[in-house]
Write a protein that binds this ligand. Structure first.
Ligand code: ADP
Length: 291
């Protein structure tokens, strides 16, 4: 199974949002990581056929998904960012409704909905109206509805928004148990959301894929570019203005700065082991003067 994103470009009026993106995906979990406004939602909506690209195509197993829209939709599950639900429906009724829209057989639908409600931990509240659900519960219902047709490709736009730490762990486990032989793409601007679940991370910056790889390899690639140094508080401002600072910690004797830079930023700066958070800042560093 392959999903190819081929030369996708999208503009809104004069602004280029996606700029000639080409990536081929095999089964696995992909974390689409980028700042707000980097084009994640636009790319996901194009993959799902909700909006059209100006250029390029989405190819699933060698076939253009625009030309095979119905059959592609039947193997696709999507959680949009602006997921809509009916507040007066119960969780179960809502899932049954989605199942009927997706054309599931009635008996099978009931079984599938119950199974999914259990999987996302909404079994106890399935007969409560959705308007009484917490933000996290609504998000879990959104994830369940995206999985209802047992999709081969599951696309989740910011699925962890509103989830508390316990729900995040549950979500991670849910995705890893679901993802075998499937392509799962989830977007986020939070590094820790994808660090453990994604087999591969796609770093999107200003409409371009800057790099892709697993967390370990991405971290290795920037080894030697992350520094730590103790500075007197009076000299901190100069570094803040000229370098990408990934962390600063104030102590009685001064400030400890963690700096992303190709060159040594200060005489006493020592190289330290990068993290995925540093990788993210490394690729997004255009926003700050680059050194
Ligand atoms: P992300 O999901 O990474 O936050 P989006 O894909 O939502 O990014 O948006 C990327 C850019 O495209 C933003 O600058 C946004 O304002 C712009 N954009 C998205 N949708 C539209 C639209 N319908 N009309 C005009 N501009 C849009």
């Amino acid at each position: 199974m392959t999903l190819e994103i081929k030369n996708i470009s999208k503009r809104y009026e004069k602004a280029s949002v996606l700029n000639d993106i080409s990536i081929a995906l095999e089964p696995g979990v992909y974390g689409l990581l980028g700042a707000n406004g980097s084009g994640k939602t636009t790319l996901m909506r194009i993959i799902c056929g909700v909006i059209k690209a100006d250029e390029g195509s989405i190819i699933y197993n060698g076939e253009n998904t625009n030309e095979k829209a119905d059959s592609f939709r039947s193997i696709l599950g999507f959680l949009p960012q602006d997921f809509r639900y009916y507040p007066d429906f119960t969780g179960l009724k809502f899932l049954l409704y989605i199942a009927s829209l997706k054309g599931l057989d009635k008996n099978m639908a009931k079984e599938k909905c119950e199974e999914l409600l259990q999987l996302v931990g909404l079994e106890d509240v399935k007969s409560k109206k959705i308007k009484k659900y917490s933000g996290g519960m609504k998000q879990r219902l959104g994830i369940a509805q995206a999985m209802i047709n047992n999709p081969k490709i599951l696309i989740l736009d910011e699925p962890t928004v509103g989830l508390d730490p316990k729900e995040r762990v549950r979500f991670r486990n849910l995705i890893s148990s679901f993802s075998k032989e499937k392509i799962v793409i989830l977007s986020t601007h939070i590094v820790s959301d994808v660090e453990y679940i994604a087999d591969e991370i796609l770093i999107l910056n200003k409409g371009k894929i800057e790099n892709r790889g697993n967390s370990e390899n991405l971290v290795k690639e920037i080894e030697g570019h992350v520094w730590e140094c103790h500075m007197k508080s009076s000299s901190v401002d100069d570094l803040l203005a000229n370098y990408v600072i990934s962390n600063q910690k104030h102590e009685a004797v001064g400030t400890i700065l963690r700096i992303i830079s190709k060159e040594q930023p200060a005489q006493n700066a020592k190289k330290v082991q990068p993290t995925l958070e540093d990788v993210y800042l490394y690729y997004l560093r255009e926003d700050v003067p680059k050194k």
